[in-house]
Every structure is written in structure tokens, then in C-alpha cells.
Design a protein around this ligand. Structure first.
Ligand code: ADP
Ligand code: MG
Length: 315
């Protein structure tokens, strides 16, 4: 991580004080920052290097922002404001202080079924909103683009006296709302850089048409939603066992495996995971998009419904 002294200053972004770099991409750096006018508190700012981009790439950033403007859901990172200077775009976002879910999988090796359900339900709630209300497909659902708020940590009431050598040991306190929350509270989808509008939010009609929609457009729409459902299956598989369903060092072999839907519930890692969880995963990792579960079928599955644990709030 960059130190405080090395953080750059950006023209037109004077209102915000950068605190640390949180992530980066091909054309962007994401910073944690403080709003000096105090209105928004801490925020995340995606600074995009416009000067390195061609006109198509610039148009894609504007599209990303335009899509985010129309979204409003507790499990989707909120756009706060957008501005630009000559050389940069500034996308100011709600800060998710926990960072990427990806790092939590690395930290915990894998998630319990309860924690996996807690997480995937929230991702699914945001997909229900995107697919059925906003008319948007995300198209880049993966653990790096799933961010979270940590649950409050309650230090133990009677901490054991520290022994020499215990300095680095974590306090044995508990994360609020116990049962497998693992410190992960509210989960949010980020990064609409690849997402697409499938129907018009205002007119509630398929994009660009009023009643003359060709069957292939309707089919394309269903097809593109199913892309998110496949990715949801990959995420759920990964949460439960700690490694992805499809992997190979060779891109060619990997592509073949995905095309054929060649994955297994690998022993011994899957031995203790319930048949119900496996059943749900297999309905998502179904090669035929017509047979693959849609978001409503996903939410109705017994494994999802078996525990109606309340959702953790950001507060
Ligand atoms: P890219 O298109 O380059 O992948 P993202 O929008 O995914 O850009 O942001 C890159 C990374 O920055 C994320 O994976 C995450 O680590 C971090 N990040 C982005 N937005 C936020 C946010 N609102 N809160 C916390 N971290 C964020
Ligand atoms: Mg990303």
C-alpha cells in the first residue's frame, strides 16, 4: 500500500483528501478518501486516466456512470458523484470499508454454508433488482467485484492475559450476529464497467423499441441475464470450497472445460458440503442457458430458503 506522503493530487478533486490506495485496474486507481466538506464522510474514488484511453474506452466509462446513476439498491455500491478534469474522470462512490470478498476467501480458506448463504443471498438480491427492475445485466460478477462492510467486532469481556509471544494473536471476541457471519456484514456489487442495459428503465420497454421487439431480442435478453447466473454459480462454488469450479493453467484447456461445463465436486473438499448446496450449484453451472436457473428459481431453492436469517445492516 502507498504511504500517505506519496499520494498524488488531482486537479478538480480538491474537495476530497485522499487517504490510501485501495485498488487499481487497467486505467484506474481507486482511493479511500475523506470529503472535506463532511457531507459524505469517507468515500471511494475511482480515478480514471482519461488521457490513456481512446474514444471507445472513454465512452465505456461514461456508460458505466450512466448505468450506475439509475441504480438504487442496498446491495449495490451507490454512485455519489461524477466529475472530470482534462486528464481524468473522477467516479466518487460509497465506500465499502471491508474491501473485496476475494481477500476474505483467501483469509478464511473457504466459507461455512451459513456464511456462504449470507453472502450469496445478498448478491442474488441485487441481481433480482438488476434483472427484473432495472433492466441491467452486470456481466462481471466475481469475488473481486463483490465488496462488503465488516460487522462490528465485540471484543471479549474477559480477555485472557497475554502470554509472551501472544502479541500477534487476535482477540477472541465475536463478530456481531454470531452464527458464521465471519465479520462480513452487508455485501455490495461494484464495477459496472462491463454491464449492459437490456431494457429501458423509464419506459419499461426493451431497449429502443415499443412493441415491435423481435423474438431474437427477447431471447438475447434472457440469454444475457443467464450470464450473471452462471457467474453466480461460480462464486457460490468458490465460497463453499475455496477454489473455483473451472481452472487450468492453459487458457485453451480452461475454455474447453467451461464450454463443456466440465467441473466436479472434488473430494475431499466437497465431502462435508450438503447435497442441497451441490444441487443448487449444479442448477447454475448448467451449460444450456434455457435450463439454467434464473434469479427467481435461485431464490426459491430450499438451500437458500432454509434459513431466514436477517440481513446485516451497514450501521
Ligand atoms: P476495475 O474496472 O478496474 O476492475 P473496480 O470498480 O472493480 O474497477 O475497482 C477496482 C478495485 O477497487 C475493486 O476490486 C476494489 O478492490 C476497489 N474498490 C472499488 N470500488 C470500491 C468501493 N466503493 N469501496 C471499496 N473498494 C472499492
Ligand atoms: Mg473490477
Amino acid at each position: 500500500r502507498e504511504s500517505k506522503g506519496k499520494l498524488p493530487r488531482y486537479p478538480g478533486l480538491e474537495r476530497y483528501t485522499l487517504i490510501e490506495k485501495m485498488g487499481d485496474g487497467a486505467f484506474s486507481n481507486v482511493y479511500r478518501a475523506k470529503d472535506s466538506e463532511g457531507q459524505h464522510g469517507e468515500v471511494a474514488i475511482k480515478v480514471v486516466r482519461k488521457f490513456e484511453m481512446n474514444s471507445t474506452q472513454r465512452a465505456n466509462i461514461l456508460k458505466e456512470v450512466q448505468i450506475m446513476r439509475n441504480l438504487d439498491h442496498p446491495n449495490i455500491v451507490q454512485l455519489i458523484e461524477f466529475s472530470e478534469s482534462k486528464q481524468y474522470y473522477y467516479i466518487v462512490l460509497e465506500l465499502c470499508p471491508g474491501g473485496e470478498l476475494f481477500h476474505q476467501i483467501v483469509r478464511l480458506t473457504y466459507f461455512s454454508e451459513d456464511l456462504s448463504r449470507h453472502v450469496i443471498k445478498q448478491v442474488a438480491d441485487s441481481l433480482l433488482y438488476l434483472h427484473e427492475e432495472a433492466g441491467v445485466v452486470h456481466r462481471d460478477i466475481k469475488p473481486e467485484n463483490l465488496l462488503f462492510y465488516p460487522t462490528p467486532f465485540i471484543p471479549s469481556k474477559n480477555p485472557k492475559p497475554k502470554q509472551p509471544g501472544d502479541e500477534d494473536k487476535e482477540d477472541e471476541g465475536e463478530f456481531v450476529k454470531g452464527k458464521g457471519s465471519g465479520g462480513i456484514g452487508l455485501v455490495k456489487i461494484a464495477d459496472f464497467g462491463l454491464s449492459k442495459v437490456i431494457w429501458d428503465h423509464q419506459t419499461m420497454t426493451p431497449c429502443g423499441t415499443v412493441g415491435y421487439t423481435a423474438p431474437e431480442i427477447v431471447r438475447d435478453e434472457r440469454y444475457s441475464k443467464s450470464v450473471d447466473m452462471w457467474a453466480l454459480g461460480c462464486v457460490l462454488y468458490t465460497l463453499l470450497c475455496g477454489f473455483p469450479p473451472f481452472y487450468d493453467e492453459s487458457i485453451q484447456v480452461l475454455t474447453e472445460k467451461v464450454a463443456r461445463g466440465q467441473y466436479t465436486f472434488l473430494s475431499p473438499w466437497w465431502d462435508e458440503i450438503s447435497k442441497s448446496a451441490q444441487d443448487l450449484v449444479s442448477h447454475l453451472l448448467t451449460v444450456d442457458p434455457e435450463k439454467r436457473y434464473d434469479i427467481q428459481q435461485f431464490l426459491d431453492h430450499p438451500w437458500i430458503r432454509q434459513s431466514d436469517e436477517p440481513t446485516y445492516s451497514a450501521a
